[in-house]
Design a protein around this ligand. Structure first.
Ligand code: ATP
Length: 360
């Protein structure tokens, strides 16, 4: 048995509810592939910040950096902290300080009725039912427009000027493109798509150059390119054509929400923040959802699927596949929370998935 040590930050709102509902299933799946998990629950989040003034202390950061195999995070964001400073320190702090440069977001349709698009092929009379959406997004996670560089002038006047600078540097663009190709090769995908806006933003020509240079080292993988506006259109028109999409921080942020909606919405969208060789930060795409927090109706599937990404990254692909299969079974059997049209409660869905794994 391999012993894994995973830090858990439930965080705010629905974060702790979905994480606790997902943990038993993740533990069972890991066990079936020979791993035990010691969960280390950490208190950081809005409650802790309001009580102590502490966001993420340096000692905790060092611990997360050096002493755990992965970090499993629920959600950050609380109306009592309108400036969101605790989330900035914890979530963005971990992403930036750990240099987690890959934001990995799978968009896989786990049940046909979760896709909001009409069933094109059925309409075309092929007899085949259901869309086949199955791609992953590699979003650059450490630069772009998110470094906060820029300036403000004449704030609050009729001449106000706000400038935000987008930073694109060769080593960082290159490593995210390389990560996309490496993943494609390791997962038997044959096509990588890069999206930028180099027709309007000359700085994005760097992405074009490096996509060509890096991609040339992967002759087994086809490269293609879309301007980001065209990509958004194609994602809705025929998402089946995509396998792996790599893009910058801002565009990745936007198209991952579009991708999430193509496969069922925030309740089933998982993500990982990675730096190969270091502990990753794994979190559902959704936020803390204050309107439904504490009601027991949040969908824990995104957290379970995030657990699957975590186990896959830690070297337990069979356990990850089991979790994936169990979520598919739950969807098939109607074990759904209200966001997916059902009436099941968070804990019920978590329990059902764990029971399914116990008996599968
Ligand atoms: P953030 O900016 O922190 O990412 P957000 O404003 O985009 O958050 P969320 O908190 O993710 O929004 O949620 C928006 C709405 O989506 C929620 O109010 C809720 O209705 C729905 N939602 C999000 N996650 C879930 C979930 N796991 N289960 C059910 N509904 C959800």
């Amino acid at each position: 048995m391999k012993a894994l040590r995973i830090a858990v930050i439930g965080g705010d709102g629905i974060g702790p509810e979905v994480i606790e509902a997902a943990i038993p299933a993740i533990e069972l799946a890991a066990k079936s592939e020979g791993a035990t998990i010691a969960w280390e629950r950490l208190p950081y989040g809005a409650d802790h910040y309001l009580k102590t003034g502490e966001t993420l202390p340096d000692a905790a950061f060092a611990h997360l950096k050096n002493a755990v195999d992965a970090i499993f995070l629920g959600a950050m964001g609380d109306p009592r902290v309108p400036g969101n400073e605790h989330a900035r320190d914890i979530l963005l702090g971990l992403r930036f300080r750990l240099d987690l440069y890959i934001n990995f977001r799978p968009c896989t349709l786990l049940h046909p009725d979760l896709c909001p698009l009409k069933d094109q092929r059925e309409n075309e009379g092929t007899g085949e039912r259901g869309r086949q959406v199955d791609f992953v997004i590699f979003r650059e996670n450490t630069e772009g427009l998110y470094l906060g560089r820029g300036s403000s002038k004449n704030v609050g006047t009729a001449d106000e000027e706000q400038i935000a600078e987008e930073v694109n540097t060769a080593p960082k663009v290159e490593r995210i493109i390389r990560a996309a190709f490496d993943w494609a090769r390791a997962n038997k995908r044959t096509r990588v798509t890069m999206a930028d806006k180099s027709n309007a933003i000359p700085a994005h020509r760097l992405w074009q150059r490096l996509f060509g240079e890096v991609g040339a080292k992967y002759p087994d993988i086809t490269r293609d390119h879309f301007y980001i506006d065209a990509l958004a259109m194609q994602m809705v028109k025929s998402p089946e054509q995509f396998q792996v999409i790599v893009t910058n921080n801002l565009f990745g942020d936007i198209i991952s929400d579009l991708g999430a909606q193509l496969v069922g919405g925030l309740g089933v969208a998982a993500s990982a923040n990675l730096h190969p060789g270091l502990a990753g930060l794994f979190e559902p795409v959704h936020g803390s959802a204050p309107p439904i927090a504490g009601k027991g109706i949040a969908n824990p599937m995104a957290a379970v699927l995030t657990g699957a990404l975590m186990l896959a990254d830690l070297g337990f692909p069979k356990a990850a596949a089991l979790l994936d299969g169990a979520v598919r079974a739950a969807l098939r059997e109607g074990q759904r929370t209200p966001d997916l049209g059902g009436s099941a409660r968070t804990a019920d869905v978590g329990r059902w998935i764990a029971d399914y794994l116990r008996t599968a």
